[in-house]
Design a protein around this ligand. Structure first.
Ligand SMILES: *Cc1c(COP(=O)(O)O)cnc(C)c1O
Length: 424
């Protein structure tokens, strides 16, 4: 695709965009004058679909009308409600329905997965993670190490880029897996790093991990609804993600969990148990012994919050209509356009640290600002750009194919250019 650095070009791209209708499905936040903001933080909190109100309201009305009977008689009965989300969520992450469930929130699910898949012994107890992993993931693995009586300094293997580089090289990850082989118990990586936007080779990492006898899991918080995932084919043991970033399901909404099909009927896997993971045909018999559901549903603990699930249902309907393949296609172009426009600025005080090859990134670009003191970011915010600042010197922007336009991207880079002049 030949890009052009002009406003008419951006407008023409929007006009012929087969997914342009989807922007109108969302509320775009506005400034005090009523002008639409340039919203580039769908990687942090996705925008609200206009249909979400009605989906949540439906459940409020059914609760009003039926009380407890809504479990069976609501338009979407609450008892099996989570099942209504499974197929479309499985499509979004490239998994089989038996491998996917919506439950809890991300950090909680990460712990539940480690209860089952981090089973350290005195000889094999180490956990591998990115050195710049999302803080919550780091706290989770560190606390698991301590919980099992291990020293964090000894048990945590942190993957660091080579000196002078920002990104991890696949060959270095594989080498570290090999080098730590007999002591490695679990590899847990963000499938897209939240800071750099780097997407990892999940299949190669999983294969390497399994070949040395380690379990492998991925945090797909920045991958779900963004990259074309193929979790089943990746063959990893588990994955967790949230639904409020690219999946537009509202602040703090429930997370998703993947457990590979090969673990589906293994009743010996240790897990923390609750009644919602129990065989649903006898769940209300309130029997003494736990009879796990087949597949990942066995990890469910509680009956789930329906209001949050209603928001997820509304969002997943949009994904089913737009389809991940088409979204990813547009995303590569939209982010590619942004990267092109930024490079056209030919300004040495900024640098995109996200990989330049589309296969190694999602929507997000992380722009490193030399000698940054956050003023540029604040100037952008006061001029209608909603972006994200990460200490010490990175502005993260994510043009989201569902609701961002080429014009958004063009306007942002023009403002970035102006802001750089003002602050240099
Ligand atoms: C967003 C995000 C989280 C947030 O976890 P919650 O439990 O949903 O608050 C955790 N890890 C990563 C990698 C994230 O991107």
């Amino acid at each position: 695709m030949q890009f052009e650095n002009s406003f008419p070009f951006a407008e023409a791209m929007d006009n012929k965009d087969p997914l342009k209708i989807f922007r109108s499905y969302f509320y775009i936040p506005k400034d005090k004058q009523g002008q639409e903001l340039i919203y580039l933080t769908g990687n942090s909190l996705g925008l609200q679909p206009k249909s979400t109100f009605d989906h949540i309201n439906q459940e409020l009305l059914d609760w009003e009308k039926y009380g407890v009977e809504g479990h069976l008689h609501a338009k979407n009965p609450w008892l099996p409600y989570h099942e209504f989300l499974t197929n479309s969520m499985a499509d979004v992450v490239g998994a089989k329905p038996i491998e996917v469930v919506v439950m809890n929130t991300l950090s909680v699910n990460l712990h539940l997965m480690m209860v089952s898949f981090y089973r350290p012994t005195q000889r094999r107890f180490k956990i591998m993670i990115e050195s710049d992993a999302f803080p919550s993931d780091k706290y989770a693995v560190q606390s698991q190490l301590r919980f099992h009586g291990f020293d964090v300094g000894e048990g945590l293997i942190e993957l660091k880029p080579r000196s002078g580089e920002e990104l991890l090289r696949t060959e270095d990850i594989l080498e570290s897996i090999e080098a730590n082989g007999s002591e490695l118990s679990l590899i847990i990586l963000g499938n897209t790093n939240y800071y750099t936007g780097q997407a990892f080779d999940m299949k190669a990492i999983t294969q390497a991990g399994h070949s040395v006898g380690s379990k492998v899991g991925f945090d797909c918080a920045h991958g779900a609804g963004n990259l074309l995932l193929d979790l089943h084919d990746t063959n990893c043991d588990f994955a967790v993600w949230c639904s409020y970033k690219y999946l537009n399901s509202g602040p703090g909404s429930l997370g998703g969990v993947f457990v590979h099909e090969r673990h589906s009927h293994d009743t010996t896997i240790p897990r923390f148990e609750g009644w919602w993971g129990h065989n649903k045909s006898t769940r209300f018999g309130m029997r003494d012994d736990f009879d796990p559901m087949p597949g990942v549903e066995a990890w469910q603990l509680s009956n789930p919050p329906i209001l949050s699930m209603a928001a997820i249902m509304s969002s997943l309907k949009i994904f089913a209509e737009a389809r991940m393949e088409r979204l990813r296609q547009k995303s590569e172009q939209l982010t590619g356009y942004m990267a092109y426009l930024v490079s056209e600025l030919k300004n040495d005080s900024i640098k995109i640290i996200t990989p330049s090859e589309p296969a190694h990134r999602g929507s997000q670009l992380s722009i490193q600002v030399k000698n940054a003191d956050k003023k540029l970011f604040e100037w952008l915010a006061s001029n209608g750009v909603v972006a994200d600042w990460r200490e010490p010197d990175v502005i993260r922007v994510a043009p989201v194919p569902l609701y961002n336009s080429y014009v958004d991207v063009h306007k942002f880079v023009e403002l970035l250019n102006k802001g750089l002049v003002v602050h240099n």
